[in-house]
Design a binder for this molecule. Sequence first.
Ligand SMILES: [Zn+2]
Ligand SMILES: [Zn+2]
Length: 229
Amino acid sequence: MNPRREIWKLIEKRDVVELLHRSAVLHGHYCPGLALGVKGSYELVKRLGLRSEGMEDVLAVVETNNCASDGVQFVIGCSLGNNSLVFKDLGKTAFTLTERDGKGLRARVKNEASEQWSEKVEDFSNIFKKVVTKRAGDKEDKVKLLSLSEKASMVVVHTDPDKIFEFEEAQVKIPEYAPIHDSHICSECGEKVMATRTVEKDGNIFCLSCSDGGYSELTGFGIQKVGDN
Ligand SMILES: [Zn+2]
Ligand SMILES: [Zn+2]
């Protein structure tokens, strides 16, 4: 049984509103960013006719970790966990869908796209600045923001895609299928760890958190090297 049949059905029925509702279950709130991910992904899937089964045959590339990337993962079905998602830390709200031949289609959010919802949803920009940018605002402001944010997300869903996105063909460098590695046991913490994430010192094997070589971490700041000596 295909666990994504309902999503595919919604795509066939062009029900982008319902795709947004379902994606919000993952994302936690409605916002224009999530809606951009949902709408753009829907367009890419529809235009290329590709269906991901999460087996790395279909790949999605996202160019930043913002709200939109949750819409991409949910609607396209390429996720961090199934290794079909390529994350490029470029800080651009753009995503690409491709098969393994690397001939993809990229949707980039137009620079002036936010005019679409800031014009139609009065006060959204102001309350966003107050609550999110300045981290100010009381409980009431937060409730108001979530409500206006939902309205803004609906504007995105109902706007002509060519007003929000630039679509272009893109050649994607496809990674090999994700390798399966042996596991080792760290001689410090005793935890099982992928062989490629270990270091050897004086004949002992250590995980990266027990060694002092540092490792990469993905947070709201993007990919950063931490714990480096
Ligand atoms: Zn969001
Ligand atoms: Zn360890």
